[in-house]
Design a protein around this ligand. Structure first.
Ligand code: SF4
Ligand code: SF4
Length: 461
């Protein structure tokens, strides 16, 4: 597939930026297995939704794929052991979000004993959408592009509403190549997931969206689709950040715009990350729980950048060690991409189901200024894919004008970082919007609490 075959999209989304993709360090490197870590830390919160409750205790011997944390309610998925061995602690441990989270620590016995209780269903091909969703929940499958939204909830809430299914393989953040390598090395398993999704959604073909900087992967998929007569089509999209954001990819593929505050199902779309499609396949056909994922380890501070297949819960330092360690001048380590990732301060924090990259930086990548100042250039407005006005939102947040900030639709900000990237005044725009959202939500919660207190007093309760 040639670059000039890139789908020319009248419906391409508004705004966006073109950062250097920095993928060359790892996009030709085959996936390698992480040397087995001595222990893994499985947090009870590896997804959006209610955290799990540990269902093993210190001293329990666990096997790979065995449940160690039970889901709580419907918007929750269980967590599973990613190595076999002995549980040595059930206690709060530092999480990649920066705060301690209840976790199960497993000392690796290096035997990788599979869980005997995990078996594939008898006839995966004849399962209903509800049965597939139940299997996917039981296997702990979440969105693996970073958001970690439980996949069974997405299936249950969009089957019957969505007429377009999109497998998101855009991987638009710089540096990250984990999905790219997955497309090249495991197209059959991705198509296995695609076939399941096509059947349960009742669509003739699933759109697999790939950015033009991965045209070799698009070609690999296209050949595989042809060979297997799979119900799929590859859409090669322009390389533009944030092409992989759910709302933007819906618009790029279908021309439909997801309204503010709504989900893709509102415009008849269901979007699944490529690694998630593979996890669906593994859960349904192999009875496999989500225990491993591919992580790109890259950035100027990493001595030997790689794509590593890692057990979930492996400490960040084990990934960096497997890549020759970091340069002593490293000043920042990020989980995720440089645009939306989160800085990490504790290398003992574990990787999660949504960890697509660990990046380390040691050169002059730091763009912050001691004296950020807006020069009113308007660039932030021109790149915002949500059509927001970051320059004004920033001023409202700084001035504590929460009503004006909310009216400016800060809650629609998806924190993509395009405005921060383009801002010549070096303003910390995304940080301000994150803080602003928290302030608005806290103010709402306080107002609700005060209302409840007044009601209680009025009724003499
Ligand atoms: S971070 Fe928010 S305000 Fe900035 S460009 Fe992205 S969506 Fe727009
Ligand atoms: S891009 Fe930065 S300097 Fe330009 S208007 Fe926006 S906030 Fe101000």
């Amino acid at each position: 597939m040639k670059e000039n075959e890139v789908k020319h999209l009248a419906q391409a989304f508004f705004g966006g930026i073109h950062p250097s993709d920095k993928k060359a360090a790892t996009n030709k490197k085959p996936i390698e297995a992480l040397p087995p870590p001595t222990h893994v830390v499985i947090p009870m919160s590896l997804h959006i939704g209610a955290p799990c409750v540990p269902c093993v205790s210190v001293g329990t011997h666990v096997t790979v794929g065995q449940m160690v944390g039970q889901a709580q309610g419907n918007v929750s998925v269980p967590v599973h052991a990613s190595v076999s061995g002995k549980v040595t602690a059930v206690e709060p441990r530092i999480h990649f979000s920066g705060v301690p989270v209840m976790s199960v620590v497993i000392e690796n016995d290096f035997r990788d004993t599979p869980c005997p209780g995990r078996r594939p269903p008898a006839a995966p091909d004849s399962l209903s959408a509800e049965q597939i969703a139940a299997l996917v929940q039981e296997a702990g499958v979440t969105g693996m592009g970073g958001a970690t939204f439980p996949t069974h909830v997405k299936i249950n809430s969009s089957v019957g509403k969505a007429d377009t299914v999109i497998v998101n393989a855009a991987e638009c953040e710089p540096y990250i190549t984990s999905d790219h390598r997955l497309l090249l090395e495991h197209p059959d398993e991705i198509l296995g997931g695609v076939k399941i999704l096509a059947r349960i959604f009742g669509v003739d073909r699933v759109h697999i969206a790939v950015e033009a900087n991965k045209s070799n992967a698009a070609e690999t998929l296209r050949l595989k689709i042809e060979e297997e007569k799979a119900p799929a089509v590859v859409d090669l999209l322009h390389t533009r950040y944030p092409q992989g954001a759910e709302k933007q990819i819906c618009q790029s593929i279908t021309g439909r715009q997801v309204p503010p505050g709504a989900l893709p199902a509102a415009v008849g779309c269901a979007v699944f990350n490529a690694a998630t499609a593979r996890a669906v396949y593994q859960a349904v056909w192999n009875g496999q729980a989500l225990t491993h994922r591919i992580v790109t380890v890259s950035g100027s501070g990493v001595r030997e950048p790689k794509n590593l297949l890692c057990p979930i819960g492996a400490p960040i330092r084990t990934l960096l060690d497997a890549c020759g360690g970091v340069d002593p001048k490293t000043f920042k380590i990020i989980m995720g991409g440089p645009m939306m990732g989160h800085a990490q301060f504790d290398m003992d924090a574990p990787i999660g189901k949504g960890t697509n990259a660990i990046l380390a930086f040691c050169k002059d990548e730091e763009r912050s200024s001691e004296h950020p100042a807006c020069i009113r250039c308007g660039k932030c407005v021109s790149v915002c894919p949500m059509r927001l006005q970051p320059v004004f939102m920033y001023q409202y947040q700084r001035a504590g004008m929460l009503r004006e900030l909310e009216n400016a639709r800060v809650l629609d900000c998806m924190e993509c970082g395009a405005c921060t990237y383009i801002c010549p005044g070096r303003l910390h725009l995304v940080q301000a919007f994150r803080a602003g959202k928290l302030e608005i939500n806290n103010a709402k919660a306080a107002a609700e609490a005060a209302k409840e207190e007044n009601r209680r007093l009025a009724h003499g309760l």
